[in-house]
Design a binder for this molecule. Structure first.
Ligand SMILES: [Zn+2]
Length: 92
């Protein structure tokens, strides 16, 4: 079987619900990713810097790739939910 690409693996991680967010804010977050061998922590900040606790570290690993795809796909919904929460908190 040919070796799985980073893209294929990150898609598989998302489909397997291997990505779990500890917190997710616009431009900032932390997620736990259940990889094939271990569980890793992926963090990102508003500068768009992603780091992973796996040995590949700062380079483009499938864990970072999976979290990045997930964030991209949910960004709009997260921003909308936050805007609503702020409105409620203000009592509007
Ligand atoms: Zn990693």
């Amino acid at each position: 079987m040919p070796r799985e690409t980073t893209q294929e693996k990150s898609a598989r991680l998302i489909l397997n619900h291997a990505v779990e967010f500890d917190y997710l804010l616009p431009g900032e977050g932390q997620a736990t990713v259940r990889g094939d061998h271990d569980t890793y922590t992926v963090m990102f900040d508003e500068r768009g810097t992603y780091t992973c606790s796996c040995f590949t570290g700062r380079h483009q690993c499938s864990h970072i790739s999976a979290v990045r795809e997930f964030v991209r796909g949910t960004e709009k919904a997260v921003n909308r939910l936050l805007a609503e929460a702020i409105k409620i908190a203000k009592g509007d």
